[in-house]
Design a protein around this ligand. Structure first.
Ligand SMILES: [Zn+2]
Ligand SMILES: [Zn+2]
Length: 379
């Protein structure tokens, strides 16, 4: 695959503004296995963070300022000159004296740029001093990046403020960078606000909700147009932030919608007397079997820091559908049900039964609610 001259111009224009800090290894990235579709991390230029308090104190990047993106293309350029600048990345000498580096032998924080590789290319021939491989990357945007890029065109700043600290948004902001600017491959967790499935998340995980930004047209960034959770009376701006551990989400299978527990009143009478007419008799199961205890819980979305080490929602949905259609469920079949539900993304740990038990114990006794939208389903 080769890149066009326009793309090469983009690479050149971007890179000539940056200072070379590291060694320019013309052989490209040694030992780095990057493929189209991978998510990658990259470092911003020193000029982007040298004025931060964190940098003044630690002489390195802080927090979550790394760019993130998905590799979408690998390209090649033809020829070039000796004076061609390359993209900058802090040399080891810039951070080897930091406490963090002494302790962890790596950069502090999560300030790498992250992006998706969209194209990998090699040039044919050219001089020895020229980089031979160029990588096209579509960057992932942080809250700060979005604010900077869209400014007054932001439709809803209030909602933007509810973006998570570790949240990234896919963009079509494409850069052409050298392989040595890529530090690593990253794996942001992706979920959609209006879908029941949720990856297992740790509090320190980067995550994306399936949103995308059009940086090229710079049209208004309309958060209203993105999938949302909850309903009109929501007090959390109809967004789910995994770092907000004070709240959990409940799924209404009728409305196919997540609702914040903070936005819904708990049930007055907790005998759940309408369970039968609502087709939810399974929530009254007194059975001691594991499958029964799994489906007699509300379907909840919680981050792992908060109460549950697992999000059981996929397994619950599967078992409830089975129960509702009158099929017999047995604990002996749970392994197969767990596999089909995709709860562990295909790799089922040996102690999965124990993990499900722990999740149930941590979830405790549920406080049921009635869905405020359909008013005919316990959540
Ligand atoms: Zn809400
Ligand atoms: Zn509902």
């Amino acid at each position: 695959m080769s890149i066009t001259s326009e793309e090469f111009e983009l690479f050149y224009n971007k890179s000539k503004t940056l200072k070379i800090l590291g060694e320019n290894d013309t052989d490209g990235s040694e030992g780095l296995d990057v493929n189209v579709g991978d998510s990658v991390l990259a470092m911003p230029d020193l000029s982007e963070y040298r004025h931060t308090d964190y940098y003044r104190k630690h002489k390195t990047l802080a927090g979550d300022m790394y760019y993130q993106g998905k590799v979408v293309k690998l390209g090649q350029r033809r020829g070039g000159s000796k004076t061609m600048p390359v993209l900058a990345m802090p040399d080891l000498s810039e951070y080897r004296h930091t406490d963090y580096y002494r302790k962890h032998k790596t950069l502090a924080g999560d300030m790498y740029y992250q992006g998706k590789v969209v194209k990998l290319g090699q040039r044919r021939g050219g001089s020895k001093t020229m980089p031979s491989v160029v990588i096209a990357v579509d960057w992932y945007y942080t809250y700060y990046d979005i604010e900077k890029a869209f400014g007054s065109k932001l439709i809803d700043k209030f909602k933007l403020a509810n973006m998570g600290h570790l949240e990234r948004v896919e963009s079509n902001h494409r850069d052409y960078i050298l392989p040595q600017n890529i530090c690593d491959v990253c794996h942001p967790k992706v979920f959609k606000e209006d879908e029941i499935s949720m990856p297992l998340m740790d509090p320190e995980d980067y995550f994306m909700r399936g949103w995308s930004l059009d940086i090229i047209s710079r049209s208004k960034f309309d958060l209203e147009g993105q999938a949302t959770v909850c309903y009109d009376s929501c007090i959390k701006n109809q967004m789910y932030n995994p770092a907000d551990t004070d709240v959990e989400l409940r799924w209404c299978m009728k409305c196919r919608k997540w609702l914040h527990t903070s936005c819904v009143d708990a049930e007055d009478d907790d005998d759940l007397q309408k369970a039968k007419v609502r087709g939810q008799k399974y929530i009254l199961l007194a059975d001691k079997s594991l499958w029964a205890r799994v489906i007699s819980q509300p379907i909840r979305r919680v981050s792992r820091e908060h109460k549950a080490p697992l999000s059981l929602e996929k397994l619950q949905r599967r078992l409830i559908s089975k129960w509702t259609s009158g099929q017999v469920i047995k604990d002996q079949d749970l392994m197969e049900e767990v596999r089909k539900s995709g709860l562990f993304d295909g790799e089922i740990p040996d102690d999965f039964l124990e993990m499900v038990e722990v999740a149930l114990t941590l979830m405790g006794t549920p406080e049921w609610m009635t869905c405020p939208i359909c008013k005919s389903y316990y959540i």
